[in-house]
Design a protein around this ligand. Structure first.
Ligand SMILES: *Cc1c(COP(=O)(O)O)cnc(C)c1O
Length: 347
């Protein structure tokens, strides 16, 4: 069976974790700080604060930016529920917008249409490893939280994503570009945001009482993160290579292939095609042949919230046609060939 996602773990990763657990320092310590420093250097942003998930990172980023009950936060509909949860954790009001049909990213045009006097932040996920149209979004002069959970290492106009927003968040969940099991990070150039996030992720040894969280990463996860980060460049080049093979081999099928925007260097977290037939059937037939293709987003948020589908036409289309084909560094050339032949049979 060829799975939809798979972490790329080698002996060096395992040894880094072993050294970590044998060191006796299991909880957050100096290795977490080292991982933060390496991420800060890699993204080119002054402060980095590690957490135990991308969701926790979003939650703390919203809090640190001063978002509170009654404030509106804009997010796209075609994304996982983590974003919606983070907004609801603090009682802010989610404002869903549609996506671009071509790159699945948040539609700057729809954001502009839905801004109100209460809009306090926009969460911008760079979907499937392709950077969103940051210029248009930054022009709106509303604080942006870049969600780089799927896009570490991608760049926009020659600069890595995660360095454009007021804050950016990352996830190191098992299926992401870099894996630490669970894990996340917040990056920002704003010292007050960094200070608040650091304060809120840990509840202990505080002079005052304030509702705080236990969102800390462990040192052995950070050790795995550092080891993985050292291989990111290789991970990305292998993903690009596989994407190129798919693009070359699938172009005569009756499917739409993903775009390669010129001003953006994506990292191919997902290779998402649009199929013509019934999506459920394609997924089922691929599975019967041993390849797990899947919806890249389980269900768009407007469907969970019961909002009118006609306001989210591109998200709806993506929900009905988008298929994520396995792509990860550890796929062998033979597996890639096998996936291509299966897709040729069923599409
Ligand atoms: C995975 C993901 C998250 C949530 O990260 P967790 O570490 O699972 O909490 C948030 N946003 C996007 C775009 C993601 O892909």
């Amino acid at each position: 069976m060829i799975t939809q996602s798979k972490p790329t773990i080698d002996i060096a990763d395992a040894e880094a974790v072993c050294r970590g657990i044998l060191s006796g320092q299991l909880a957050q310590g100096s290795v977490v700080e080292q991982f933060e420093n390496e991420m800060s250097r890699f993204i080119g942003v002054r402060y980095a604060v590690a957490t135990n998930s991308g969701t926790a990172s979003l939650h703390l980023a919203l809090l640190a930016l001063g978002i509170k009950e009654g404030d509106e936060v804009v997010l796209p509909s075609f994304v996982c529920t983590a974003l919606l949860n983070a907004i609801n954790y603090i009682g802010a009001t989610p404002c869903l917008v549609d996506i671009n049909e071509n790159d699945y990213n948040i539609s700057a045009e729809d954001v502009r249409r839905k801004l109100t006097g209460k809009t306090k932040a926009i969460i911008v996920p760079h979907m499937f490893g392709t950077p969103a149209n940051l210029d248009e979004l930054l022009n709106l002069s509303i604080p942006i939280i870049e969600d780089c959970a799927q896009s570490i290492g991608a760049s926009y106009n020659g600069k890595v994503v995660g360095s454009f927003g007021s804050a950016s968040i990352f996830s190191f969940y098992a299926t992401k570009m870099l894996a630490t099991g669970e894990g996340g990070m917040i990056l920002t150039n704003l010292s007050n945001v960094s200070e608040r996030v650091k304060d809120l992720r840990d509840y202990d040894v505080k002079p005052d009482y304030l509702v705080r969280y236990n969102y800390k990463m462990t040192d052995f996860q950070a050790a795995l993160g550092i080891s993985q980060l050292g291989k990111l460049e290789h991970f990305i080049s292998r993903r690009i290579e596989i994407a190129a093979q798919y693009t070359a081999s699938l172009s005569d099928l009756d499917v739409s292939l993903p775009l390669h925007p010129k001003d953006k260097e994506g990292v191919w977290y997902r290779y998402v095609i649009k199929v013509k037939g019934k999506l459920e059937q394609v997924i089922q037939r691929a599975k019967e042949k041993g390849v797990i293709c899947d919806r890249p987003v389980y269900k768009p948020l407007h469907r969970y919230l019961g909002l009118p589908q006609k306001q989210f036409l591109a998200s709806e289309k993506a929900f009905k046609t988008a298929l994520s084909v396995p792509i990860y560094p550890s796929l062998t050339d033979a597996e890639v060939k096998h996936i291509i032949s299966i897709l040729k049979e069923i599409c």
